[in-house]
Design a binder for this molecule. Structure first.
Ligand code: XMP
Length: 512
């Protein structure tokens, strides 16, 4: 396995993704990791990420020098290369002209890092400083017209540094460079797979839970589903899954959860119909943050009640399963620190402390696409595995203005049409999300010879890789036309359909 030390680059996660795609297990730790932690990880190789700082600046981030004393290969990327130079006796200076964007490098094919690659490579550069003098033992293995040290090596100590970013798609052969490092230089075998992961996770869950009881808030999404299946595999019916029908689900959603997890997988599943309670609490509320808070609050209350009920039947849970993914973990240990809250996200946060529950987080090491792979491995149907994300506060944040049964029913019908047509057009998996939003705006229309004065439906379709940023999807006009005509014709209460052409940022994906 490979240890990635993060110096705060926006690309650090990509390094991990590429290595994992190569079947190499890796973890990201902050560059401030202590020597003992680094040793205890027992890496076969270390990658030093890029970062926004300048090694010339006072107090700029460094890693513990133990990294250079482990006797394992080290690859420094961009800032990571400069850390080499600064720490091992080279010299870094501000470059006369900064290099941002595409560049072409001439490489020395005899270096293990560039084995099997052509003599010239297109790469992506993004740096202000550059290495002016190499530390003792290092030699250049690639250069651009303006930078003599685009890549360097100390073959004896197996230290490598690249000024460009092999992890981004703008370096087309970058993955081969990482492969050469991981397989060729570090001797990793590329056998990390989801099957192995599942077995190890099951063992780990057993060791953690022992003879305890575990509860899981099943949402119907892929993360909680995969987490629940793993725990079920590990401890059987000492797992209890709770699915809360909060009244703001989409059409058919509850049925699907019961069919898949109850009937098909035989998970011990309790459905709690709490729609009255949620809708009652939401009555008259129009402020988005208040809606979110209310739903979060009600959810915790309902969940707690259910857990108490189970406990009264002799199954007091000590553990809570959570589908935490690796990006969340990285976010909270990130060298850059967690980012600002734009919307208060609904999850089971707050529950563990309140109810004195320990967390079981079997997906902590995985990226979303790996969770999907694992889901397929465990036999989950495509419909769940490929499901687009659906927010915890559900349709309540897509019914703008007051949330009522009637308006929810209107939105459900429109949304079902969006789902059907997007799938029929073969675009469901290409979109991060595609859904309908019901606006609190009425406008005048004419149907037959009648004047209408009804609601507006907005369609939101977004392409994104992680939901953090995204662009509105260029849906074909034909599809938009079908959506508009079907929604207006089939959904009573809507007489106008508009298409949302805002990207994120500055807009967000959901409207509230
Ligand atoms: P925004 O609207 O902030 O959403 O651009 C980014 C992604 O997160 C989803 N989302 C949520 N997911 N609980 C969730 O589990 C929430 O409260 C929540 N709010 C938004 C949203 O659907 C999009 O994929």
């Amino acid at each position: 396995k490979i240890l990635i030390l993060d110096f705060g680059s926006q690309y650090t996660q990509l390094i991990a993704r590429r290595l994992r795609e190569l079947g190499v297990y890796c973890e990201i730790h902050p560059c401030t990791a202590k020597a003992e932690a680094i040793r205890a990880f027992r890496p076969r190789g270390v990658v030093l990420s890029g970062g926004p700082a300048s090694v010339l600046a006072e107090g700029s981030p460094r890693c513990d020098r133990v990294v250079f004393e482990l006797g394992v290969p080290v690859l420094g990327i961009c800032y990571g290369l400069q850390v080499f130079a600064a720490e091992l006796g080279g010299r870094v200076d501000q470059a006369a002209h900064r290099e941002f964007g595409p560049a072409t490098i001439e490489v020395k094919a005899t270096s293990p890092l560039f084995q099997g690659l052509p003599a010239t490579l297109d790469v992506w550069m993004s740096h202000g400083d550059r290495v002016e003098a190499l530390p003792p033992g290092f030699e250049p293995i690639a250069a651009t017209a303006s930078a003599p040290y685009a890549a360097v090596e100390d073959r004896a100590r197996r230290f490598y540094g690249v000024q460009f970013h092999p992890e981004v798609v703008h370096t087309p052969r970058g993955k081969d460079v990482l492969r050469n490092f991981a397989y060729g230089v570090c001797g990793c075998s590329g056998t990390w797979s989801m099957r192995g992961y599942a077995e190890a996770a099951v063992e780990q869950i057993r060791a953690q839970v022992k003879d305890g009881h575990v509860i899981c808030a099943l949402s119907g999404g892929v993360d909680s589903a995969v987490a629940a299946l793993l725990v079920h595999r590990a401890i059987g019916d000492r797992l209890r899954c709770i699915f809360v029908d909060n009244g703001v689900l989409r059409a058919g959603e509850r049925q699907q959860v019961e069919d898949v997890f109850g009937a098909m997988f035989h998970l011990p599943l309790v459905t709690v119909d709490a729609s009255r309670r949620f809708l009652g609490a939401l009555a008259g509320v129009t402020d988005p943050e208040r809606k979110r808070k209310i739903i979060g609050h009600e959810f915790i209350a309902v969940f707690e009640q259910e857990v108490e009920r189970l406990a009264a039947h002799g199954a007091r849970a000590k553990f809570l399963v959570q589908g935490t993914l690796y990006p969340d973990v990285i976010e909270s240990v990130s060298f850059r620190g967690p980012s600002a809250t734009i919307k208060s996200h609904h999850n089971v946060g707050g529950l563990p402390e309140k109810m004195n529950l320990s967390l079981v987080e079997p997906l902590r090491e995985l990226f979303k696409d790996e969770v999907r792979q694992l889901g397929l491995e465990l036999g989950l149907p495509e419909a769940i595995v490929r499901r687009q994300p659906f927010p915890g506060p559900g349709l309540a944040i897509r019914v703008l203005g007051e949330v009522t049964e009637e308006r929810l029913a209107v939105l459900r019908r429109a949304d079902t049409i969006v789902q059907e047509e997007v799938r029929a057009a073969g675009l469901y998996e290409k979109l991060w999300q595609g859904f309908a939003v019901l606006l609190p705006v009425r406008s005048v229309g004419v149907m037959g010879d009648e004047r209408t004065y009804e609601s507006t439906c907005a369609i939101r379709a977004v392409e994104s890789t992680d939901g953090m940023t995204g662009d509105w999807a260029r849906l074909p006009y034909d599809l938009l036309a079908r959506l508009s005509s079907r929604i207006i014709n089939e959904v009573r209460g809507i007489n106008r359909v508009v298409y949302d052409i805002s990207s994120k940022p500055p807009a967000t994906i959901e409207w509230e």
